[in-house]
Write a protein that binds this ligand. Sequence first.
Ligand SMILES: [Zn+2]
Length: 450
Amino acid sequence: MRKREKRERKKQDREIVDLMMVTNHFFHSLKEWIMEMDDPRNQSYITYTQADLGYMAILKNVCGQFSMREMEENFNKETCIDTLRLLSGNRHLEEMPHYDTLNYYLERLSPECLSDLRKKMVTSLIRGRQFHRNRLLGKYWRIILDGTGLFYFKERHCDNCLCTKRKTDDGKTVKLYHHKVLEAKIVLSDKIVISLGTEFIENEKEDVSKQDCELTAAKRLLQKIKKAYPRLPICIQGDALYATEPFMKLCKKTCHWEYLFTQKETRQKKLDEGFEWIKSGEDAERQPGLCQEKGRGFYANHVEEVAGKTEVMNVFEYEYERKDKEGKKESLCFEWVTSLEVTKRNLEEMILAGRGRWKIENEGFNNQKKGLYRIEHLNSKNSNAMKNHYLLTQIADILMQLYVAWNPYIKELNQTLKNTSSGLLESFRRQPVMDEDVSYIFRYTTVYLE
Ligand SMILES: [Zn+2]
């Protein structure tokens, strides 16, 4: 596309209006859901509604405003106030809320409220049937566990901080304090992978004999998801950390879900030995020509018997060759363990699920850390506000992913995510939302996602 054409095409993109249209299409009760949350503030002193504050926080994220100060400066415009008024439905809104006002509210709001709001959003996406064809084996929603570090401090920041000791060069021991989070993301399509559950990895109090860790947090998170989505058919996915018998038992026996984990010989030695033994058998047949690389696949069901385990362990692997930087051939091999029966017919689909095509399209935390939202930026030192800021980022990310998957211009112009969010900021600051836009936003249209 020539530069001129690009400019012309760009003109047709009405960023903020389109974001509102897509949001309204998928969640037409979003404003009501925000207003229904338990407002922790004294009602006789409030100027701003929960919708004013909630939408402002969402806009902070989608417009790529990393700090509260930056947001306050950039959002201080008549146009922004008018658009926020339209979104929140608060006719009395005269000014953008001050960032202290937003933090005051987020310090008090229960994070449960935002979890519930996210649950309403996820549920309506699942009910919409639009994503049903992306379920694993036509039945299971893939839920991926993924943990990451969020904030690091030199001094203890709160009673719940995790603590690690480090030796410095001169032999002194220093303590570092940090906060971690575990996410459960649901795969709606290759491009849309959104947050369904969040568990903060933190200590209950300052003096604990054993610190909280990802695996323990995952056990809590699974139980919460089961409670929130009791009948959803789920296949839990994660790396080799989770490929242990107790965790498989929790998935299968307690939650009645399936699982698919990366398998590493160091994690499950006996299982690996069993699989190797089966693989070396005379009638062990490899399936060639699988996936893009036309590699070879192999599977064996119920390896738990030879491994001396009781949980169902069906093992499969994928092997392919590629050329490294110097043009030398190298062979790569991946292995997984699952409770689902692997067959000749579903082997390729299982390999694709295990490798996580979603990782290529949607870089998960990488995007949220470095690109769009800077989730590592501390918006408030208060622990409760910190959690709420984090959850609001996840909620904004749902809207952003749907908007990006819908937006035909982003793809045509090959626009980066960063430019997409600066486009949204510009549009939010400059473009007044007119009556005809409002009817476009609320008109029932079919929204095609890529
Ligand atoms: Zn802390």
